[in-house]
Design a protein around this ligand. Structure first.
Ligand code: SAM
Length: 342
């Protein structure tokens, strides 16, 4: 079988069946695949890298995800909540340091009701031309609707796995049907919508990854986060191996080839697993990077997986460091909000 031909066919048709994707994932044709994904990234997204600030504002969570360190059963984790004024203050600091996108992420924490999140969105919007990305999990349609009216621009809600049975096993508090329903509502309401999944989650096969990529396509996502699973000692999936970074890069590359335009971040979990693969991701299709900007004590406590690389660095210094890193790679730093490329 000629894998190069299969890749070329994907480039031209922006389509593939499960078998084609599995064959490419299973092949040794990495150099050709990565080169083609890099060309497509350049053609459709240019050389700019978008820097996003992420404020992980609460590690309280009502969910039971079998893989996640902040799952509600982890009683050894110290929990925190940032109050709305503190969130707005840190968004202001990040904006002043040069960030034009604030990703507001948390566990599923009902303490932040519709009104509190509305208030936070409206106040951040008053600070300047800032795009707001929410990532607060599954909520009611009317919550999503109100926050869009308040000015939220984007929403990240990873589908985690396209295998319905596996999804339902990994998320005893939820269902795959509800997760995908939320994603469809978000699209309908006009959010720039992001989804994504983990590589190496126990129970996943190459077939599942192929379905994951095709689901991103079906959902017509504007962004997709794809990163390796990292096991956390306080979860039921402890003792499982970390997902392969090479398979993550291949998945990223196929996603870029089939979907062309979505923003694809080099995820923190990829960076944690192998810092050199952060750079490699920028040559296999990625064009976005996120930095934590909440207070240091909370960065450590937002422990979805063990992350020894968390730095106690000011927002300004870390921004400068990442700007230098982007320039060193010969890429440009985007000076705009980095909205969806249509
Ligand atoms: N609660 C929100 C939600 O459900 O979308 C956002 C927060 S959730 C902690 C953010 C993401 O962390 C999840 O979508 C999941 O993919 C990722 N994550 C959690 N545990 C992980 C692990 N052990 N390894 C890699 N990624 C993980």
């Amino acid at each position: 079988m000629d894998i190069k031909k299969t890749i070329d066919k994907m480039i031209v048709s922006s389509n593939a069946n499960i078998e084609d994707i599995v064959n490419v994932l299973d092949s040794n044709c990495d150099n050709y695949l990565f080169q083609q994904a890099n060309n497509i990234r350049k053609k459709y997204c240019g050389d700019e890298i978008h820097l996003r600030a992420i404020i992980e504002f609460s590690n309280h969570c009502r969910c039971d995800c079998l893989y996640c360190g902040i799952n509600r059963q982890n009683i050894s984790l110290e929990r925190y909540r940032m109050n709305p004024e503190e969130i707005i203050e840190y968004a202001k600091r990040a904006y002043e340091a040069g960030y034009k996108t604030m990703v507001l992420q948390s566990g599923e924490d009902p303490w932040y009701d519709r009104g509190k999140i509305s208030y936070i969105i409206r106040e951040i919007k008053k600070l300047g031309d800032i795009a707001i990305t929410l990532s607060v999990g599954e909520r009611e349609y009317d919550d999503y609707k109100q926050w869009k009216l308040d000015g939220a621009d984007r929403f990240l809600l990873k589908h985690e796995t396209a295998d319905e049975e596996l999804y339902n096993y990994l998320h005893p508090h939820s269902t795959f049907k509800n997760r995908t329903q939320c994603l469809k509502w978000l699209k309908e309401l006009g959010y720039q919508t992001g989804s994504g999944f983990m590589i190496g989650i126990p129970g996943q096969t190459l077939n599942t990854i192929a379905k994951d990529i095709l689901l991103l396509k079906e959902l017509d996502v504007d962004m997709a986060g794809i990163g390796p699973f990292i096991s956390h000692p306080q979860t039921r999936l402890r003792n499982n191996p970390t997902g392969s970074t090479n398979l993550t890069l291949k998945t990223l590359a196929i996603t870029r080839i089939l979907l062309k335009r979505p923003h694809l971040p080099t995820t923190t979990s990829l960076e944690v697993t192998n810092v050199r693969d952060r750079e490699n991701a920028f040559y296999t299709g990625a064009n976005v990077i996120m930095r934590k900007v909440q207070p240091f004590e909370y960065r450590r406590l937002y422990e979805i997986y063990p992350n020894p690389s968390i730095k106690e660095q000011s927002i300004e210094n870390e921004r400068k460091e990442i700007e230098n890193y982007v320039k060193m790679m010969g890429r440009k730093i985007s000076s705009d909000r980095g909205d969806a490329i249509k």
